[in-house]
Ligand binder design. Structure first.
Ligand code: NAD
Ligand code: TYD
Length: 354
């Protein structure tokens, strides 16, 4: 087990990064520095539950800013860097790939260069504990047909500007390990859902629109399949890897919860009907809309490696996790308003050509 006491998290004002910070701060002896640019997807409202914790610090920095990143890393002197900051929405990457190339590729490159210089300045004992952990997605593997699963050795074949930019960053991280001996681990996870997810993604978007009695947009026929994992289960897996993962390895993380998009939307409608009964079924709001360009058919993760080698298991089933998620969004409409009021109208994204 690595003796990690000080962790830098990038992207900790976003959905998964904030869940990782909650997990880490629940350990008495860990200090966290959150580095986040606060884009449209990052909000201080997401960090309110831990922002006053004396073991937590925040710096508003763009990971592409060489000087600011170098200063922050050297001054905080971390035992590990958990890199989550990214542009994360496929539809936005279709409308405008530039920011994806900047943050996901050049930002990761900048962070790797800074991390390597910092790592080389450490004494042998601290070097032996250091880890750069890169958080990635199963979308780098491309699309599955009806059968099979993504394993750690599945070749990369990304389809969208988002997944291509994440694939590039994964390759950079591996190159820094192989060439420069920076101790790194890459994790590739399936679709997450849960509290604090920006309401542009399928599950919070459908909840928000249903609550407001607006049409529920399902792309194409709704038969694309995603493998859903509750965000706290992902955070627990990432923390397990942080302390016990083997340097140079890759770990796939998934929920073994394959659902078509239409099944997901139906389930949200039916759970909402129990929680906020409506005269007509919420399902009547479902509207089939033009498909996403380059829409991957199916993602499904084989996560036996992390289960067998690190003993990680998801705690939530899709039904329990979704119930928690819907209740959270119903109870936290103020958060939804706060994070969407400036930059997001709920309109369809991802139909423009770059
Ligand atoms: P998110 O969009 O909710 O949060 C991203 C965070 O990064 C935001 O707080 C944003 O302000 C910050 N950020 C963006 N650009 C930045 C920059 N240039 N400098 C500093 N901060 C910046 O994303 P998320 O869903 O929490 O995803 C986090 C990571 O996990 C991403 O790397 C993503 O690719 C990966 N991932 C996400 C999923 C998923 O289902 N959401 C699944 C697998 C992997
Ligand atoms: P999304 O949450 O954007 O995640 P990803 O594209 O990274 O998998 O989308 C999940 C699935 O839901 C994907 O197949 C696209 C589909 N989708 C809709 O049908 N309607 C929507 O309004 C959105 C945002 C997504």
């Amino acid at each position: 087990m690595r003796a990690i006491k000080k962790v830098i998290i990038t992207g900790g004002a976003g959905f998964i990064g904030s869940a990782c910070i909650r997990n880490l701060l629940s350990r008495e002896d860990v200090e966290v520095l959150n580095i986040d640019k606060l884009t449209y997807a990052g909000h201080l409202e997401t960090t309110e539950s831990f922002s006053k914790n004396p073991r937590y610090r925040f710096l508003q920095i763009d990971i592409c800013d060489k000087n600011a990143i170098a200063k922050a890393v050297n001054e905080f002197s971390p035992d590990a860097i958990l890199h989550l900051a990214a542009e994360s929405h496929v539809d936005r990457s279709i409308d405008g790939p530039d920011q994806f190339i900047e943050t996901n590729i050049l930002g990761t490159y900048n962070l790797l260069k800074t991390a390597l210089r910092y790592y080389q300045s450490l004494d042998a004992k601290r070097q032996s504990q250091f880890l750069f952990q890169h958080i990635s997605t199963d979308e780098v593997f491309g699309s599955l047909g009806q059968d099979g699963y993504f394993t750690e050795t599945t070749p990369y074949q990304p389809s969208s500007p988002y997944s291509a930019s994440k694939a590039c960053s994964d390759h950079l991280v591996r190159a820094w390990l192989t060439t420069f001996k920076l101790p790194t681990i890459v994790t590739n996870c399936s679709n997450n859902y849960g509290p604090y997810q920006f309401p542009e993604k399928l599950i919070p978007l459908i909840i928000s629109k249903a609550v407001n009695q607006e049409p529920l947009p399902v792309y194409g026929k709704g038969d694309n399949v995603r493998d859903w994992l509750y965000v706290d289960d992902h955070a627990a897996a990432l923390v397990e890897v942080l302390f016990r993962g083997v340097v140079g390895e890759t770990y796939n993380i998934g929920g073994k919860n394959e659902k078509t998009n239409l099944e997901v939307v139906h389930l949200i409608c039916d759970l909402l009907q129990e929680l906020v009964p409506n005269k007509s079924s919420y399902r009547d709001l479902i509207t089939f809309v033009e498909d996403r360009p380059g829409h991957d058919l199916r993602y499904a993760i084989d996560c036996q490696k992390i289960q067998n080698e690190l003993g990680w298991q998801p705690k939530e089933t899709f039904e329990t996790g979704l119930k928690r998620t819907i209740s959270w969004y119903l109870d936290n409409q103020n958060w939804v308003r706060a994070v969407t009021e400036q930059d997001y109208s709920g309109d369809r994204l991802g139909l423009k050509t770059a």
